[in-house]
Design a protein around this ligand. Structure first.
Ligand SMILES: Nc1nc2c(ncn2[C@@H]2O[C@H](COP(=O)(O)OP(=O)(O)OP(=O)(O)O)[C@@H](O)[C@H]2O)c(=O)[nH]1
Ligand SMILES: [Mg+2]
Length: 216
């Protein structure tokens, strides 16, 4: 395929994705459902945060979590133990979820059986930023063990999010302060809600629930 043709095909793929993402958003809104997209770096703590959320929310809400990983069902199995219904998407080599992958899973369930939908995207700070999956709110998670420049180096994925989480704050004191990352995230986008968390201790999880607009 010529380079010009490749550009056209890629553009078309984004267009098809974005149209489906808009449809997913509309359906969720019309049914009064919440749908969140949790993006973030590998090992930043997305699953542990979702375990915490599922443990807190599952007694009041019917939570459906879609986990994206290249391989294994480890994350879906972990979150299922906390009371949520989960499904694992294995992308093979794919570095992100897409609206089509989400729609495929929604087609297998009755949306009315659940109140809150959360997708855990494939761990990385690049590809998920380019692929709208139809969520109403996007969250980007990094952890302080990734170093003091991680937010500055990845502005695009923070621009795609309404909530930035700086996780593993229990490990603060690595030669810089977690506030540096929080300040960087706040500067990237006006109105960004920045939350310092420790999924290990539970710090910040209630603040996250409030930021997501969930009554608890
Ligand atoms: N100390 C500490 N460890 C954490 C925290 N959050 C997660 N971890 C640990 O970090 C490791 C990775 O956490 P996960 O929740 O699996 O991270 P993830 O972002 O889901 O990882 P991928 O799905 O592989 O991208 C695990 O060993 C967690 O126990 C935290 O707040 N503090
Ligand atoms: Mg995970």
């Amino acid at each position: 395929m010529s380079p010009e043709k490749k550009v056209v095909v890629k553009k078309l793929a984004y267009q098809v994705n974005d149209e489906l993402a808009d449809k997913i958003r509309e359906v969720m809104k019309s049914k009064n459902k919440l749908f969140f997209n949790m993006m973030g770096s590998i090992g930043s703590g997305k699953t542990l945060i979702l375990e915490r959320l599922a443990a807190k929310l599952s007694s009041k809400y019917r939570v459906f979590v879609i986990n994206g990983d290249v391989a294994t069902t480890i994350d879906a199995d972990r979150i299922a133990k906390q009371g949520a219904t989960t499904v694992q998407i294995n992308t093979g080599g794919g570095c992100h979820l897409s609206a089509k992958l989400i729609q495929n899973e929604l087609d297998k369930i009755n949306i009315d059986d659940y109140d809150i939908f959360i997708a855990e995207n494939v761990g990385n700070l690049i590809c998920p930023a380019a692929w709208d999956i139809g969520a109403q709110l996007n969250i980007t998670v990094v952890s302080i063990t990734e170093g003091e420049y991680v937010v500055k180096k990845h502005p695009i994925i923070f621009k795609s999010a309404e909530i930035a989480i700086i996780n593993k704050c229990d490990l603060d004191g690595l030669g810089f302060n977690s506030d540096v990352l929080a300040e960087d995230a706040a500067k990237i986008k006006s109105g960004m809600k920045v939350i310092l968390t420790s999924a290990k201790t539970g710090q910040g999880i209630d603040e996250l629930i409030t930021a997501l607009g969930i009554e608890y």
